[in-house]
Each structure stands twice: as structure tokens, then as C-alpha cells.
Ligand binder design. Structure first.
Ligand code: CO8
Length: 258
């Protein structure tokens, strides 16, 4: 597929998706969402890829969903198209780890897209916000749900009801992002992090991702039970034996992803 709104490349074992609509601060138009979905599906199917990074530019990860495409929609249009459910779910359904490497504006749907990824590494110039209320609407791709679960009710209410921006330092303090790095290092840092993950046993990576994600879907007792069962199942993998024997023999493990 030829992409018009994103760039893609493979760096070693890492698939990289770069949002690329600089003229609109990477506003997420419908075509771009479809392209992101297609790129993720392609990386998911590529055995050479072990982890994925989604990034934007130094100025904007994404300044939201494209307002010009939404302005004149009717209720019937949006309900019948169900445009939020279609492309976006590819991000959350991806079984390989997806890291959001964000800089500049991370607003509205941009912040929601970042939160759909497995974790967020932020540049020191990143600005997060859910400004939909200033447009007379509300977050629609997880902004009221994921944000509340990730940073708590008080901060989610503050962000969604005032529409204010939050800087990277605040975002790290409240746990929205895993760490903050200088903007010049953001992509390299995310790719190095993804490479480190891609070098682990792939089935174990997927099991851990699934387990952590289930923490947001299940009560604690069920989540703990599912985690224990998943842990026991790692003993059916060659990689569990290899990892532990390599530790005892004081050598690096050679995982076979089996
Ligand atoms: N959509 C479309 N175009 C955008 C968007 C956007 N979200 N953000 C920026 N642009 C465009 C601008 O229109 C401008 O284009 P042009 O040069 O042709 O006029 C260009 O990008 C550059 O933007 P600015 O000139 O405004 O740049 P500034 O540096 O002055 O300001 C800001 C940057 C503060 C980020 C400003 O652009 C801004 O406020 N953008 C909108 C932010 C926003 O409100 N985002 C939330 C959008 S809504 C959303 O994401 C979820 C909505 C859910 C609704 C569900 C649908 C039914």
C-alpha cells in the first residue's frame, strides 16, 4: 500500500510508523487512521518485526482528530459510519508491543492514540491534552476511559473538563508516560527500547502484554489467576528453559521464540 499520511520503515527488528501530515500538525484524518491500521497489520504479520514504534514530528505527535473532517458531520453520519471503532481498534488489537514516542502536541485523538499504545515515551517538549470540550464535544476514543484508569479520576476530570494542556514533567509524575527524554533523542530512545523488547522471547513478550492489558478489563482476583496460569504456561516454552539455564551458565540467552 502506498501511504500518503504516514511513513513506515523497519529498523532491525523494529517497525516504525511516522505520522506525516506536517501541514496539519499530524491531525488524524480518516485516511491517516486507515493507513496506521494497515501499517500495523503489516508489521504484525512480519516475522522479522518484534516490536513497533509510532511517532510523529518534533512539533506534533498529533494535534487531534482532523476537525475539518468532523465539523459538518451529523449525528446520523457519525453513528452510521462508526468511524471511531473502525481503524483505531487495530492499535489495541495488535499483539506485538507498540510504543508511542511523542513530542510536541499530543492532543485529543492524538493523546487517545498514544494511550492505546502499550506505553508512552515523551519528549521534554510534549504537551498532552483532551481539548475536545473547547470544541463543544468530548473525547471519543478512550479519553474519558483510559485517562481515568491511567491517571485517576481527579486528573482525568481536570484535563477533560478544562481542556488544559499538561507538560511532559506532569505527565511523567502522574504516570501517563513511562519516561521523558530530550526531544532530540526521542525516536532513537524509543527504537532502542523496542529493540530491547524485540530481543526477548516473543511469546513471553506477548503473554506479558496480554496479562498487563487484562488488568484493565478484570477484577484483581481474576487478573491474578489469569497471570498465574499464563506464568505456568511459560514452562511449556523452550525459551523459559533456555533463559533460566543461560542464567545459571552465566551466558546470554539465545531465545528461539518457541
Ligand atoms: N484538525 C485539523 N487541522 C488542525 C488540527 C486539527 N485537530 N490542529 C491543527 N490543525 C491545522 C491548523 O488548522 C493549521 O492549518 P492551516 O495552516 O491550514 O491554517 C495547521 O494545523 C497549524 O495549526 P496552527 O496554525 O493552529 O498552529 P499553532 O502552533 O498556532 O497552534 C495548536 C497549535 C494549539 C495545536 C492548534 O493548532 C490547535 O488548537 N489545534 C486543535 C487542537 C484540538 O482541539 N484538538 C482536538 C481535536 S478533537 C479530537 O481530537 C477528538 C474529537 C472527537 C470527536 C469525535 C468525532 C465525531
Amino acid at each position: 500500500m502506498n501511504y500518503e499520511n504516514i511513513l513506515t520503515e523497519t529498523k532491525g527488528s523494529v517497525g516504525v510508523v511516522v505520522l506525516n501530515r506536517p501541514q496539519a500538525l499530524n491531525a488524524l484524518c480518516d485516511a491517516m487512521i486507515k493507513e496506521i491500521a494497515s501499517a500495523l497489520d503489516a508489521f504484525e504479520a512480519d516475522d522479522a518485526v518484534g516490536a513497533i514504534v509510532i511517532t510523529g514530528s518534533d512539533k506534533a505527535f498529533a494535534a487531534g482528530v482532523d476537525v475539518s473532517e468532523m465539523a459538518n458531520k451529523t449525528y446520523a453520519d457519525s453513528f452510521m459510519e462508526d468511524f471511531i471503532s473502525k481503524g483505531w481498534v487495530h492499535v489495541t488489537k495488535c499483539r506485538k508491543p507498540v510504543i508511542a514516542a511523542v513530542a510536541g502536541y499530543v492532543l485529543g485523538g492524538g493523546c487517545e492514540l498514544a494511550m492505546m499504545c502499550d506505553f508512552i515515551i515523551a519528549a521534554d517538549n510534549a504537551r498532552f491534552g483532551q481539548p475536545e470540550i473547547t470544541l463543544g464535544t468530548m473525547p471519543c476514543a478512550g479519553g474519558t476511559q483510559r485517562l481515568a484508569r491511567f491517571v485517576g479520576k481527579s486528573k482525568a476530570m481536570d484535563m477533560c473538563l478544562t481542556g488544559r494542556n499538561m507538560d511532559a514533567e506532569e505527565a511523567e509524575r502522574i504516570g501517563l508516560v513511562s519516561r521523558v527524554v530530550p526531544v532530540v533523542d526521542i525516536v532513537d530512545d524509543a527504537i532502542k527500547t523496542a529493540e530491547r523488547i524485540a530481543a526477548m522471547s516473543r511469546p513471553v513478550v506477548m503473554m506479558i502484554k496480554e496479562s498487563i492489558n487484562s488488568a484493565y478489563e478484570t477484577p484483581l482476583s481474576e487478573g491474578l489467576l489469569a497471570e498465574r496460569r499464563m506464568f505456568y504456561s511459560t514452562f511449556a516454552l523452550n525459551d523459559q528453559n533456555e533463559g533460566m539455564v543461560a542464567f545459571i551458565e552465566k551466558r546470554p540467552p539465545e531465545f528461539s521464540d518457541s
